[in-house]
Ligand binder design. Structure first.
Ligand code: GRG
Length: 312
């Protein structure tokens, strides 16, 4: 991956078009995604598990991964309809990773998205199963619900997502993160490994799967991959900064957890100001990748800016 973390480069700072209304775009996309998610899972027998799955899935959140998936599909000439089942699957998997991450055996958190965590409401046993249920359903949902896309592209999406979620992705990042708990000598290289996998892999899969569904060629996939890897790392750097600077109300989860656990984070290595500078540099590099797409790249360009401008 190319990143300002490992090298120093001068990047032309691509500006988002001032006429692009990110707030309105996000609102409109969030409404579409919320409606599709709401339709995606019905509460049937055994109600307890479907209720627990829906509790976390419908608890809000920025819906960034589905929105990235829809935006990259549209950038590559596809439609929102083609990408919506995959966009929903991204959110199902993201939500399951949050449920499991919040468990006492992992991060042990009581609040998420401004609500009690899944295990606090339903118990640990049900929360584990709710996560498992969402994970399995995500793949079923893509396979069963995707329309107007050639089957080989759907297969490619399922393979890419499986890789992003497993030991080569989220699970691999999480295990190294757990290994680093209580250690003060975690290197920048290890920290980057953790977050490229734990956070970056699903953000990248969201962007790439949207593009694959639309039939993007290899050169565009490479370009979008570099865009996504850069916004993924910037996202985590800002997440670490917000853990220090934002309140519990703003975050919807316990603030100051990293400091409390004496976790090695980007601000603990670089300080807050340098962390923000590194994130800005990564966002500039991400946006530079979109230059060849011209005005069509505006939504992904503005979403990159949102990564560093967000308050939660
Ligand atoms: C994936 C099989 C499988 C198991 C889970 C627990 C685990 C393995 C991985 C941890 C993944 C994790 C929780 C990464 C953190 C990612 C992150 C920065 C989450 C916050 O994302 P936001 O800010 O949250 O987009 P909202 O609530 O807005 O969606």
């Amino acid at each position: 991956m190319t990143s300002s973390i490992d090298r120093t480069t001068t990047v032309a700072n691509q500006e988002s078009d001032a006429t692009f209304d990110l707030k309105a775009y996000l609102k409109q996309q969030q409404v579409q995604v919320e409606a599709a998610l709401d339709q995606s899972i019905a509460v049937i027998y055994p109600e307890k598990i479907y209720e627990a799955m829906r509790y976390s899935l419908m608890a809000g959140g920025k819906r960034l991964r589905p929105i990235l998936c829809l935006a990259s599909c549209e950038l590559m000439g596809g439609t929102a309809e083609m990408a919506m089942p995959t966009a929903c699957a991204m959110e199902m998997i993201h939500t399951m990773s949050l449920i499991h991450d919040d468990l006492p055996a992992m991060d042990n958190d009581d609040y998420r998205r401004g609500k009690l965590t899944n295990h606090k409401v339903y118990g640990e046993d049900v929360a584990i199963l709710a996560g498992d249920g969402l994970l399995a359903y995500a793949f079923e949902f893509i396979a069963a619900q995707t329309r107007q896309v050639p089957p080989e592209r759907v297969l490619q999406v399922i393979a890419k997502l499986g890789r992003a979620v497993g030991a080569a992705g989220l699970v691999g990042g999480q295990i190294v993160d757990l290994d680093c708990e209580g250690k003060s000598n975690v290197s920048l290289e290890t920290l980057n490994f953790i977050h490229r996998h734990k956070t970056g892999a699903l953000l990248e899969a969201s962007v790439l799967c949207g593009a694959i569904l639309a039939g993007a060629d290899e050169a565009d996939l490479q370009r979008l991959s570099r865009y996504a890897q850069n916004i993924g790392l910037a996202f985590q750097i800002i997440d670490d900064v917000l853990d220090i600077t934002a309140t519990q109300e703003e975050l919807g989860k316990t603030a100051g957890k990293d400091l409390q656990a004496q976790k090695v984070t980007y601000p603990s290595i670089w300080g807050i100001e340098e962390s923000k500078r590194q994130a800005d540099q990564l966002i500039a590099e991400a946006k530079a990748e979109l230059a060849p797409f011209g005005a069509a790249g505006q939504p992904l360009m503005a979403l990159a800016d949102y990564i560093t401008a967000r308050k939660n």
